[in-house]
Ligand binder design. Structure first.
Ligand code: ADP
Ligand code: ZN
Ligand code: ZN
Length: 665
């Protein structure tokens, strides 16, 4: 009887698995899918994962090589997880070897088998707090999810501070009592310590924490605690969606609308969508929470695929903030800040409360320009302007990271009349420091929080009352709970209203609502001031007068009219090269092959140059594939991918396929 053939996932850009024979003299019956094996690969060796032990090979048996070494006694990845990974590989049209590698901590991927330490995973608290009495809507939400038999998807829609996290906690309590595990996905590392604290205050069980800020050892440790079931609670960012669980009971995705759930390079998966598939396969409920659900999720509610649960009121005593819209075409300002907002800030500071000012633009000014000849400082490697950092007297490109000293004289006409045009957070900080000399102004953006622990330090300053005014970017919008903040100013509500990306208005609306949610989360009612040059913009008006739900409905209607997602499925084929012609040439050839595939159901839009044609010295172009039915799109991709790979022109560019792209650049 011929021995078994192993299909092995090997980390390689090739879109298939590779066949090997079991090691000589090894009892093949002991080989189970999910075990790691060391295999010869080309002229080197590599570590792969057994996907299947089969009777058949696609290669002649005599040409098969044996596995060099079996690295595990038992499978690291369960059959269920392997099936999920194989689904993801198919759905995102990404090589199975790289997909499987993404599910393993680095140490294991490299073939090491470090010894298991006995220590537990996270601090096990003794301090356990008494939970608040649930309000009616929370009670209903908890009961609905707890009553789910097997798989069911829920969208928990509740404004900030309405008690969503409390709903998660109650459900997790039941999951733990049933001897199962809860997987909680959050968008940001910065949010994990906060959530961790609430979990450890409530439960005296180990919590496994998984995010990109961990050392290899820490990550492996947490991964094992999740896999063994030792940790009943697993919290993590995007990639934690692939963490093995011994006894899954519930998956929670907090801030489900957040863009960071989508991986933007390499294996471009969306952790929320993968989580839904995972819950379905594991037959457990999945709970998506947000104050501002994605249009995709709201659409799924409409279609009856998700059940909507609403928390319409703030929990405890916190009240909804009072909102004022300022028409900036007729409002006097100091820098970028309006006088009425300054007056409100003054009153806020006098009451010893805190104010938060939001502007989604880092740096001092987005443009350095010559007064005489209108020369503008641009990046030499990208088609974009350099951002001025005044204090450092430097120019920085936000797209490729290039830096240089800021010019003192105009390189074109030698005039010394260079000036900063526009306002970023550094400049707003300057305006406010000048206006409120006695106040402590803190800036929170990617520039001031780069160092490890810097963000936590800034957050601690807010809580301790050492900062009075906080100026920042979208970083401020993310789930922080600042009870003494009673005033929020949004300096530019128009950013994003006119963006090239069809998702720009959705993002802006989410950001505005999330920032507004920072006001008055404590006992004092909050106030929100919104500065705009387009108070009559229909979507903005709808958002501000009737709320996110009404906005989302109108935005969905626009998407339906235009046939855009979620009313169609998209895939974006991108190409880039130093050579200016190569990307378009490749995409034109790819487009021709797609046309020849003869599937009229899929529209081919382009190829065109990317909105920013040159970035980091490379020219970029893209071809958009759009289809009303997802299945048609996938059929076309499956047919075309091998042909695209075979193109000679493919070797002259870097190209990638993005299924369900979230950014159109
Ligand atoms: P969200 O996650 O929706 O922002 P949280 O669950 O964090 O809301 O709740 C906001 C605040 O209200 C927290 O301080 C929380 O402890 C408190 N809270 C939540 N539910 C209740 C309740 N039923 N009664 C009193 N306070 C509550
Ligand atoms: Zn000039
Ligand atoms: Zn650049």
């Amino acid at each position: 009887m011929p021995s078994l053939v192993l299909h092995v996932a090997v980390p390689s850009p090739l879109r298939r698995s590779f066949d090997y024979l079991p090691p000589r003299g090894y009892d093949a019956a002991r080989l189970v899918p999910g075990m790691r094996v060391k295999v010869p690969f080309g002229r080197t060796q590599t570590v792969g994962v057994v996907l299947e032990a089969a009777a058949q090979s696609r290669v002649e048996r005599v040409r098969l090589k044996p596995v060099l070494e079996v690295l595990d006694e038992e499978p690291l990845l369960s059959a269920e997880l392997l099936a999920l990974l194989s689904w993801a590989s198919g759905y995102y049209h990404h090589p199975i070897g790289e997909v499987v590698a993404a599910a393993l901590p680095t140490a294991l991927r490299q073939g090491r088998t470090p010894r298991v330490r006995a220590a537990a995973v996270a601090p096990v608290s003794l301090i356990v707090e008494v939970p608040p009495l649930l309000h009616m809507a929370q009670e209903q939400a908890v009961e609905a999810v707890a009553a789910a038999q097997g798989f069911q998807a829920f969208l928990l829609e509740g404004i900030t501070g309405s008690g969503k996290t409390e709903v998660y906690l109650r459900l997790i309590e039941r999951v733990i009592a049933a001897g199962r595990q809860a997987l909680v996905l959050v968008p940001e590392i910065a949010l994990t310590p906060q959530l961790m604290e609430r979990f450890t205050q409530r439960f005296s069980v180990p919590v496994a924490l998984l995010h990109s800020g961990l050392s290899d050892g820490e990550r492996l440790h947490a991964w094992r605690a999740a896999r063994s079931g030792q940790a009943p609670i697993v919290i993590g960012t995007r990639s934690a969606v692939f963490t093995p669980l011994a006894r899954p009971g519930l998956i929670v995705i907090d801030e489900e609308h957040d863009l960071s759930f989508k991986q933007q390079e390499g294996f471009r998966y969306h952790a929320r969508d993968v989580a839904i598939m995972r819950a379905q396969r594991a037959r457990v409920p999945v709970l998506l929470g947000s104050a501002t659900p994605s249009l995709e999720s709201l659409y799924n509610v409409r279609e009856g695929r998700y059940r909507r649960l609403a928390l319409p009121q703030r929990a405890g005593r916190a009240k909804a903030p009072q909102v004022t819209v300022l028409d900036m075409r007729s409002t006097p300002t100091e820098g970028r800040v309006s006088r009425p907002l300054l007056a409100l800030m003054d009153a806020t500071l006098k009451r010893s409360e805190q104010a938060l000012v939001f502007l989604n633009r880092r740096g001092y000014a987005p443009t350095l320009i010559c007064k005489e000849c209108h020369w503008v400082a641009t990046c030499t490697r990208c088609d974009t302007r350099m951002v001025l950092y005044q204090r450092a007297q430097r120019l920085l490109c936000h797209h490729c990271g290039a830096q240089r000293a800021a010019e003192k004289a105009c390189p074109a006409c030698h005039s010394l009349a260079l000036y900063a045009l526009g306002h970023g957070t550094e400049r707003v900080e300057e305006t406010l420091t000048r206006h409120f000399p006695a106040a402590a102004v803190a800036r929170m953006d990617r520039d001031t929080t780069r160092a490890k622990g810097a963000l936590q330090g800034l957050i601690d300053d807010v809580h301790a009352g050492r900062s009075h005014i906080m100026v920042g970017t979208q970083m401020l919008a993310k789930g922080h709970h600042f009870p003494q903040v009673t005033l929020v100013g949004i300096l530019d509500a128009d950013q994003g209203l006119f963006g090239v990306d069809f998702r720009a208005p959705e993002r802006m609306a989410q950001l505005i609502v999330q920032v507004m949610g920072r006001a008055g989360r404590g006992d004092i009612a909050g106030q929100v001031v919104i500065q705009t040059h387009h108070p009559e913009h229909p979507l903005l008006r709808l958002l501000l007068t009737r709320g996110y739900g009404a906005f989302a409905e109108a935005a969905l209607e626009e998407r339906a009219q235009a046939g855009l997602p979620p009313y169609s499925a998209l895939a974006l084929l991108r190409a880039e090269a130093v050579d200016a012609q190569a990307p378009l040439a490749f995409l034109e050839a790819a487009c021709r092959l797609a046309q020849e595939a003869g599937m009229a159901e899929v529209q081919l839009l382009g190829p065109v140059n990317a909105p920013m044609e040159r970035r980091a010295g490379r020219h970029r172009a893209q071809l958009l594939l759009q289809s009303a039915r997802r299945a048609d799109l996938h059929r076309l991709l499956a047919t075309c991918l091998p042909q695209w790979e075979g193109l000679k022109l493919a070797r002259r560019v870097r190209w990638s396929l993005d299924v369900d792209p979230m950014e159109m650049d």
